[in-house]
Ligand binder design. Structure first.
Ligand SMILES: [Zn+2]
Length: 355
């Protein structure tokens, strides 16, 4: 995510407090006017339980591959592992491949049919997380970042040491793979796309006037190409998981999400509160983060970002190991992964198919 933003402040949410928003247009070309439709139900669901310990095991397994940035052997090995895992659970597993500066970039997408169906949903729910890790330790609290700069080329970066990315990378992918197990065990009524997107954390977040170059590659590619494959349907809304595994996890509402998908934000935070997670899903705080949800919202898929605050702000809530060599598995816990996993599972199992 973007290093240029991330301040956390106590700001009242700006979205619709009741979660209702204008109906979504049928256009697949999309718009970015926050045209989401939110259906909700208070019916208690019968569903499998999210196993935090298993999710944590999937987190450490990814870390065991070492740093996993684009263009490295470890990245390629992890791709093979994640695709094999997804195939255990999804009705279809699709690798969406493209190149960036000569390096292969791969979105790994699990398609889960709705309960009782034998084909993909036309309007599935999209859950996503990036699986690559940052090739440089350039976070504000990194001892390595002083004087380093980003240089593209045959050697990739003029690199400092690449990070392990336990929280920033492995945590979201681990949660999605555990959710995949749940969805196979008991099909939700809605179709689901699990998108493990690649190349979120590769490039220079500060270039292109803060929009970033070489970053958020997989989400940008999916947002502009998903309509070419009918198996992806037209996602109804999306939830991005990024850095959701820290022991001291907190999740303030993210402002861009609140502006573009306020109803989804309200639904997710409301269910988190019902489940007793209000101390982690912070209502009175917001943050502003550039991340994979931007491209999806621009493509007309209202998508929120559940993300631990970055450490740039004045708040003490930030994950200080962000983009440092200390972003390792000991900073994370299965309990935190379970908070997010249970919340997302409850959202999905309560969801009724979009008309
Ligand atoms: Zn990152």
């Amino acid at each position: 995510m973007d290093t240029s933003v991330g301040a956390v402040s106590a700001v009242a949410p700006t979205g619709s407090p009741d979660g209702n928003a204008a109906p979504k247009s049928g256009s697949k070309t999309g718009d970015n006017s926050g045209t989401e439709t939110v259906r909700s139900s208070s019916t208690k669901t019968v569903r499998p339980t999210f196993d935090g310990d298993r999710a944590y095991g999937l987190l450490t397994k990814q870390c065991d591959f070492g740093p996993r940035p684009l263009g490295t052997p470890a990245h390629e090995k992890l791709r093979v592992f994640l695709t094999a895992e997804m195939k255990k659970y999804a009705d279809q597993t699709i690798e969406q491949k493209f190149d960036y500066r000569g390096m292969p970039v791969t979105n790994i997408i699990g398609v889960f049919y709705p309960a009782g169906a034998s084909a993909p949903a036309k309007k599935p729910v999209l859950l996503l997380a990036h699986w690559d890790t940052r090739p440089v330790a350039d976070g504000p609290f990194s001892s390595e970042s002083r004087g380093s700069r980003f240089v593209y080329g045959a050697q990739g970066w003029n690199r400092t040491t690449p990070i392990i990315g336990a929280n920033d990378g492995a945590s979201g992918a681990a949660a999605l793979l555990e959710l995949a197990r749940l969805f196979k065990q008991r099909k939700p009524d809605v179709g689901v796309l699990l998108l493990l997107d690649d190349g979120e954390d590769y490039g220079d977040f500060k270039s292109d006037q803060g929009r970033g170059e070489g970053v958020e590659l997989g989400s940008r590619y999916f947002a502009t190409h998903y309509m070419e494959d009918a198996r992806f349907g037209y996602p109804d809304f999306g939830i991005l998981l990024d850095m959701i595994g820290a022991k001291n996890l907190v999740l303030p509402k993210e402002q861009y999400s609140q502006n573009h998908a306020p109803g989804t934000n309200s639904k997710v935070f409301g269910i988190a509160e019902e489940l007793g997670y209000k101390k982690i899903f912070l209502y009175g705080e917001t943050q502003d983060v550039g991340d994979d949800h931007i491209a999806l919202n621009e493509a007309g898929i209202p998508t929120i970002d559940l993300i631990h605050p970055l450490p740039n702000g004045s708040s003490s809530l930030g994950y200080r190991y962000w983009h440092t060599l200390q972003d390792t598995a000991d900073k994370c816990s299965g309990a935190s992964l379970k908070v997010v996993g249970e919340t997302v599972a409850e959202v999905i199992y309560r969801e009724t198919p979009a008309p």
